[in-house]
Design a protein around this ligand. Structure first.
Ligand code: FRU
Length: 486
């Protein structure tokens, strides 16, 4: 229907669209690509399809920030080009400074299905990283090494080991019992690459986790005393879609990665996939993940934006193992402190009201002498029948909602402090429990009116302290570069 002036009515604002998480300009995004801290600016790229609310031949979207809170959108860094090795997509990869110049290493794709060729391609950037020139001579590595029984050969990740450049790719076997592999190449100039063999492989299942049929987006995190290999595990043929990321700790010897033991999930929710890591000027390892969109196709068509990137997480180690925490800069998202201090009577049913719920919120919970279960409930409908519940007991943290039987669970180490940090942004929920456990989920609210935020505890003696902030509703300044004169 068009109005009297001949124009369509503007679409109703999509209240579930995340506002302080990085999203695409419009339509679809998936993996974060090539995070890079350069000249005091954080650059973040991502797989983008602006043409439809679903995956399609991706370009590389680009945003940058000086504070990890406000981002500025730039023109796409890469787009598929007919006749080139990336004619059917500029798939994932990384960004590096090579001989003083910014360089993107990415997967150029030609063809589809079993005929698809996945090549390592390169583009060199201007000093401000906003203009990129692809190598005129075509891909650096045209496809899988001769005789390798895999069509998967993608998502280059590079590092310099003090002697030469190393490049790893995600792959998988295609005969026998299929399982993931990581392949390694090396080079003296980061341009001519020699295949060196398998960097890491594991059977289909380890530590009770299904590792899929092939691996994507391998990321190597050098955390000083620990080396971590992140692998995103996929099985396109599994009856239920399998997309999750595991973290192996281990070390590199003889050109291969040796795991110290079984992997653990990098995130215990059901939405994070394909995380990408960068080391900033302060030496911190920052990781962003893709927050997947579970909406059915017909709902996707109505969503303003499909897919988002997680908040930046600082990944490090404290001697007891891996820690994953939200970057401290995220305090800059806070606009109003809505309430803080002790919770009166959390043990009274159905919990103590803290404040009205909002769509952009951060909730911090500290607890003393917990006995039994405690947590926070955010009512997603005025009567509270639809709710997000974050509950902690001696063994685990669970995040359920919108229905009480839909949820995810992460085991907790008894030694972990039980403090919670919960970020809500439209349908995106990121929960951090203690210093080691993260759960990312998407919970669609459907209605326009929310209920209350409540804190609850099973036992009278549990002392809870909660702070709630409203958070900024703009992550990305959408002004195009030309308009700002940049
Ligand atoms: C991971 C992934 C990558 C690939 C990209 C394509 O989600 O499948 O392996 O490069 O997405 O968009």
């Amino acid at each position: 229907m068009t109005g009297a002036a001949g124009r369509s009515a503007p679409p109703a604002p999509d209240l579930d669209t995340p506002r302080y998480h990085v999203t695409g300009e419009r339509n679809w995004i998936n993996d974060p690509n090539g995070p890079l801290h350069h000249d005091g600016v954080y650059h973040l790229f991502f797989q983008a399809n602006v043409h439809a609310p679903e995956w399609g031949p991706p370009s590389w979207g680009h945003v940058s920030s000086t504070d990890l809170v406000r981002w500025r959108r730039h023109p796409d860094a890469l787009a598929p080009e007919p006749g080139r090795a990336d004619a059917d997509g500029c798939w994932s990869g990384c960004a590096r400074i090579v001989d003083g110049r910014p360089v993107l290493y990415y997967t150029g794709v030609v063809g589809d299905g079993d005929d698809r060729v996945e090549a390592v391609c390169r583009a060199t950037g201007s000093a401000d990283l906003t203009a990129w020139a692809k190598d005129p001579d075509g891909p650096l590595v045209a496809g899988p090494p001769d005789g390798l029984d895999s069509g998967y050969h993608r998502d280059p990740f590079l590092w310099h080991d003090g002697r030469e450049w190393q490049l790893i790719l995600g792959s998988g076997t295609t005969t026998g019992e299929r399982h993931g592999t990581v392949l390694r190449y090396s080079s003296h100039d980061a341009a001519t690459w020699h295949y060196r063999g398998e960097f890491f492989a594991a059977s289909r299942e380890a530590g009770g986790i299904d590792l899929g049929e092939h691996w994507e987006c391998p990321q190597l995190l050098d955390l000083g005393d620990l080396t971590v290999l992140l692998l995103s595990c996929q099985d396109p043929k599994a009856p239920r879609p399998l997309l999750h990321t595991v973290a192996y700790t281990g070390r590199i010897t003889g050109g291969a990665f040796h795991a110290h033991g079984p992997p653990r999930l990098f995130d215990h929710g059901d939405a994070l996939y394909a995380p990408a890591a960068a080391v900033d000027a302060a030496g911190r390892t920052l990781v962003w993940g893709w927050v997947q969109e579970p909406l059915a196709e017909h709902d996707r068509a109505r969503a303003a934006k499909v897919g988002a990137l997680t908040l930046p997480r600082v990944v490090d180690t404290d001697g007891a193992g891996l820690r994953v925490r939200p970057a401290p800069e995220l305090e800059g998202l806070r606009t109003d402190l809505v309430r803080s201090g002790p919770v009166p009577d959390p043990a009274g049913a159905p919990g103590s009201v803290l404040c009205p719920a909002a769509r952009q919120m951060e909730i911090e919970v500290a607890v003393e002498r917990p006995r039994g279960r405690y947590g926070v409930r955010v009512e997603l409908s005025p009567d509270g029948t639809r709710a997000l519940t974050v509950a902690v007991d001696a063994e685990a943290v669970t995040v359920t909602g919108p229905a009480p039987d839909e949820g995810c669970r992460a085991p907790l180490d008894a030694a972990d402090p039980a403090a919670l940090r919960i970020y809500l942004d439209g349908s995106v929920v990121e929960v951090f429990a203690g210093d080691r456990v993260a759960l990312t989920r998407r919970i669609h609210t459907t209605g326009t009116a929310l209920g209350a935020v409540r804190a609850f505890a099973a036992h009278d003696g549990t002392r809870m302290d909660c702070a709630v902030w409203r958070l900024s509703a703009t992550a990305v300044d959408e002004a195009p570069d030309e308009a700002t004169g940049a």
